[in-house]
Design a protein around this ligand. Structure first.
Ligand SMILES: Cc1cc2nc3c(=O)[nH]c(=O)nc-3n(C[C@H](O)[C@H](O)[C@H](O)COP(=O)(O)O)c2cc1C
Length: 174
């Protein structure tokens, strides 16, 4: 499927995560591009899915990603969210960019296909915590597997056909 990994990164950590997700998607055969949000004025045309991420800023997604997402007005695509945050705060369950992005896109009717990925950094400028690049690549592969399955796009179970009117009320054909 055709998609894009769109990210913002101030110090380069989220960019590395975006690139690892991109690699995971590409290795799984997805037709995917990688884009720094600063190079985009709108969602690229004809996408079927997006993977969006940013660093965490005061518990939210970063300004450039929020500004970009504010302008997005469909069509509602399948999506997955990710973000970097201080590793020492992650176990406490503090809000991060990943959940923030997920919430914004869900409110726009986008369809989340896997839970958000939270990647830890050791300090404000990094580096990434150990194992985060491997997890990000696996996340890309998990997104691809979900896209390849019918789960993300299956229509709701069909309702049984309505019974044809019988007897009363039905006018006999002339
Ligand atoms: C102004 C500012 C606010 C931040 N607020 C948070 C925060 O609320 N929670 C958190 O986990 N990390 C916070 N961080 C640390 C970022 O998570 C970290 O800088 C970022 O993930 C690194 O990603 P990048 O290299 O792609 O910019 C903050 C950093 C800055 C500069």
């Amino acid at each position: 499927m055709k998609g894009s990994v769109i990210y913002h990164s101030r110090y380069g950590n989220c960019k590395q995560i975006a690139n690892a997700i991109f690699e995971g998607l590409k290795e799984s055969g997805q037709d995917v591009t990688l884009a720094d949000v600063g190079t985009l004025s709108a969602l690229p045309k004809d996408l079927e899915f997006v993977v969006v991420g940013s660093p965490t800023r005061a518990g939210h997604a970063s300004g450039p990603i929020r500004k970009f997402l504010k302008k997005v007005d469909g069509p509602p695509l399948k999506f997955a969210a990710f973000g970097t945050a201080l590793a020492k705060w992650l176990p406490k369950g503090d809000a991060t960019a990943a959940e923030g992005i997920s919430k914004i896109l869900k409110e726009k009717g986008f369809i989340e296909i896997v839970p958000p990925l939270r990647s830890g950094v050791a300090g404000r400028k990094g580096p990434l915590a150990e194992g985060e690049l491997e997890k990000a690549k696996a996340f890309g592969k998990a997104v691809a597997a979900e896209l390849a399955s019918d789960r993300a796009s299956a229509p709701p179970a069909a309702a049984p056909p309505a019974a044809a009117p019988q007897g009363d009320g039905a006018k006999p054909a002339e």
